[in-house]
Design a protein around this ligand. Structure first.
Ligand code: ARG
Length: 462
């Protein structure tokens, strides 16, 4: 095992073992190793290009770093606490492999700009992966919507039945929410994709470096204009955690609905065996663990957002070791969001079976067509508020008589208002109630088909 780190000649003894442990981030920032290597390779190329080191030294560094990468991928590089963090681990191994030239890699660089670079490369690549997952999730939502344009489901306000809607319309609401998440993450990526490399410890460097060159090699859109800001900015991490939190708000709301729908009280869906779990004691049970876990995991991602905000609020410029605490929050946010998206995509594609007969019975057995009676009268010239009051009375008397609106006779209708004619029965049939809401963005089948086409269009664009 390599000896514990002592810093410069200024230090005489090594760290107390417990403090070394406390200080080390290697147990988690090893996650950044590939980004650290890529960033270091770009840095080495820049050092050679600007003549800070020789071209041969640059090549030796780049290929030595590649060997470190291969060793890591083969599982041969397992740095412990003595390495302190991933940056030291890579530099040490590099120097072991290529000798003294390895010691040149840290010329004109600090771990402060280095860790900022690694973390941004990591977040950038995870955003791409998450956006791809969102696209898959949207595709599953869209396929389900296509199958259920004409399936009706009660629409709710205040969790009270309000007006029936097309199930496709309901599902497409989630398509829209996650579309915003997809766009928002793309927007966040713009501010993630700025290079702090070359900001040095805090003040820049005395070497004639070329920051734009390393930025270009690493695919960054821009470079930080101020070195103090560059090494200490974690806005991008907070923005990412915020976009992730909102994404989980959406998945959590859908989860809550699925949990309700799967309950005995609703029975709008049944869960397939591949996505439900049993109880260890109650043999009859089938539990919606997947949406429950998504709902639960949402809380921990909110926690990471809060943690990052509090982490930053009191920090003086520039780098402070507090910033090391951003890593676990970010890594766990990424892992959680990816896990939730994957599970929800599977749940929607094979875990749920909607129950059309049960849904049809639900929309036919309530007063969710009451607005349509009022609208009916309003189109016959009765002022809407007057019609609304009249229908309120009808609902009251029908409830007392244990009848639904569809059970009233034409005589009864005409007794309420002479404007009622035989076509009232069509107007209040659930299918017609839904079809009639043909305003743009409404649940009318025609509009839902327009929305499906628009959704397809969006998915076909890169
Ligand atoms: N492990 C450190 C972190 O994650 C790397 C930067 C250390 N910089 C320093 N000045 N001690 O923030």
């Amino acid at each position: 095992m390599t000896k514990p780190q002592t810093w410069s000649q200024r230090f005489e003894t090594a760290l107390h073992p417990a403090i070394a442990q406390f200080n080390a981030s290697i147990s988690f920032d090893i996650e950044l190793i590939e980004y650290d290597i890529t960033g270091s390779q770009a840095h080495a190329k820049m050092l050679a290009k600007t003549g800070i080191i020789s071209v041969e030294e640059g090549e030796t560094l780049v290929s030595g770093l590649e060997t470190v990468r291969q060793e890591y991928r083969r599982g041969e590089l397992n740095p412990g606490v003595e390495a302190e963090d991933v940056h030291f681990a890579v530099e040490r191994r590099l120097t072991e492999l290529i000798g003294d030239v390895g010691k040149k890699i840290h010329t004109a660089r600090s771990r402060n700009d280095q860790v900022g670079t690694d973390t941004r490369l990591y977040v950038r690549s995870q955003i791409t992966a998450i956006r791809d997952q969102i696209r898959q999730f949207q595709q599953v939502l869209l396929t389900l919507a296509q199958d259920h344009v004409e399936t009706l489901i009660p629409g709710y306000t205040h969790l009270q039945r309000a007006q029936p809607v097309s199930l496709a319309h309901h599902l497409l609401a989630y398509f829209e929410m996650v579309q915003r998440d997809w766009e928002r993450l793309g927007d966040v990526a713009k501010r993630v994709n700025i290079s702090p490399l070359g900001c040095g410890a805090l003040a820049g460097t005395t070497f004639p470096i070329d920051r734009h060159y390393t930025a270009e090699l690493l695919g960054f859109e821009d470079v930080y204009a101020n070195s103090l800001d560059g090494v200490s900015d974690r806005d991008f991490a907070i923005e990412f955690a915020c976009a992730a939190s909102l994404m989980l708000v959406h998945l959590s709301r859908l989860s809550e609905e699925i949990i309700l729908w799967a309950s005995e009280e609703f029975r709008f869906v049944t869960l397939t065996d591949s996505c439900a779990t049993g109880s260890s004691i109650m043999p009859q049970k089938k539990n919606p663990d997947v949406p429950e876990l998504v709902r639960g995991k949402t809380g921990r991602v909110f926690g990471h957002l809060q943690g990052l905000l509090v982490l930053m609020k009191g920090l003086p410029l520039a780098y402070n070791k507090d910033l090391q605490e951003d890593k676990e929050a970010l890594f766990d946010t990424v892992k959680t969001v990816q896990g939730c998206l994957e599970a929800m995509t599977i749940l929607l594609s094979e875990g749920l079976v909607f129950q059309p007969p049960r849904l049809a019975a639900a929309v036919a057995s309530d007063f969710s067509n009451a607005t349509d009676v009022a609208d009916y009268l309003a189109t016959k010239g009765v002022p809407f508020r007057e019609a609304y009051n009249l229908v309120g009375k009808v609902v009251k008397t029908s409830l007392a008589a244990n009848k639904l609106l569809k059970d009233l006779t034409l005589d009864e209708w005409q007794g309420i208002h002479p404007a009622f004619e035989a076509d009232i029965y069509d107007a209040i049939a659930p299918r017609q109630v839904v079809a009639a809401r043909n305003s743009y963005g409404g649940t009318g089948f025609e509009q839902v088909r327009v929305a499906i086409a628009a959704a397809q269009q969006r998915l076909s664009k890169p």
